[in-house]
Design a protein around this ligand. Structure first.
Ligand code: NAD
Length: 309
């Protein structure tokens, strides 16, 4: 069997096209466009790329998008002051603080910053109140990456209710909200993590397997029940040749990218899984683009809630 590829890039373009007219209607009705404020502290290269894509996508659908750059030397108090100012600013319907924050801000800084974002403007869905609403299945907004996975499954006609979903990873931004969103759609959900015993056997039970670990090529064919849907959330930069060979094999087209650039992005799922799975998201071009599209949808939803018709 060769898995059907689930094209997240194509769906993200479609989602953006769906959002655009709703943004135009909002702007005409309210007299200002939905506003998104993005806070970037320091200049982590990966964060720079993510933020650039978020600014571009927001502007593309017709939002006002303002980027607040703070130097890596900023204090936690200054970051919290920035969030407080954005909370009070009526031009912004959504606030996003790009993760990770510089380590120098100290342990727990990220949590304190997420805690400070007004729940109505929390378009990442990371604040404790947003998470509580998600647990109770009352959330209007949930984290972008797992929301994007649900959107993809539903639009691809992959049934969730009654199916066994296994999520590898229990982070606050992917694994846990992913498990909750699947549960709310009536899947039987197993959450696996770094201490799970016999991971391949647990994963082989899955009709829907979601890998959100951050370990290149961890999921091999022995993890996968024939015909299962496999969602690869992982984004891992491989810079070691032996690792690139292990994960891709020298014949893989992405291996050429490694040879040209000295690094390549790969998922948590080994490409050989395509021989066993029924459907599979590629990396890149799978879950990644959907995360940004769902952020746009969350911002529009937050704007609509702040300015009801
Ligand atoms: P994280 O490091 O916060 O969490 C990783 C989880 O994996 C942990 O819960 C841990 O228990 C589990 N884990 C680690 N090693 C394991 C092992 N050997 N077996 C089983 N479980 C193990 O990471 P995260 O923020 O959830 O991100 C996970 C991956 O998803 C990363 O590659 C990240 O880059 C990617 N990601 C992608 C997007 C996107 O838009 N596609 C968004 C967020 C994160």
């Amino acid at each position: 069997m060769t898995a059907r590829l689930l094209d997240g890039q194509k769906l993200s373009v479609q989602l953006q096209a769906e959002i655009r007219p709703a943004v135009a209607a909002f702007t005409a009705r309210v007299g200002q466009p939905p506003g998104l404020a993005i806070v970037l502290v320091g200049n982590d290269p990966a964060s720079e790329v993510y933020v650039r894509n978020k600014v571009r996508s927001g502007q593309d659908v017709g939002f006002r998008v303002d980027l607040e750059r703070l130097p890596a030397t900023v204090t936690l108090t200054e970051v919290l002051d920035t969030v407080a100012r954005l909370n009070a600013d009526d031009r912004y319907d959504g606030i996003l603080v790009q993760s990770p924050l510089p380590a120098a801000l100290g342990r727990g800084a990220e949590q304190r910053v997420f805690d400070a974002i007004a729940v109505g403007k929390d378009v990442d869905g990371f604040s404790p109140e947003s998470v509580g609403l998600l647990v109770q299945n009352r959330a209007a907004i949930a984290a972008g990456t797992p929301s994007g996975v649900i959107e993809l499954l539903e639009r691809e006609g992959i049934p969730i209710a009654g199916r066994h979903a296994v999520v590898i990873g229990r982070s606050d931004i992917v694994g846990k909200p992913m498990a909750l969103l699947l549960l709310h759609r009536h899947a039987t959900v197993t959450i696996c993590h770094s201490k799970s015993v016999d991971l391949p056997a647990l994963c082989r039970q899955a009709d829907i397997l979601v890998a959100a670990v951050g370990r290149a090529g961890l999921v091999t064919p022995d993890f996968v029940k024939p015909g299962a849907t496999v969602i690869d959330v992982g984004i891992n930069r491989v810079t070691d040749r032996a690792e690139a060979e292990r994960v891709l094999g020298t014949g893989h087209p992405r291996f050429k990218v490694f040879e040209e650039k000295g690094s390549v992005l790969v998922g948590d799922v080994h490409p050989s899984v395509a021989e066993v799975a029924g459907a599979l998201t590629p990396v890149p071009g799978g879950v990644g683009p959907l995360t940004i599209a769902m952020l746009m949808r969350n911002t529009l939803a937050a704007a609509g809630a702040r300015h009801p018709a």
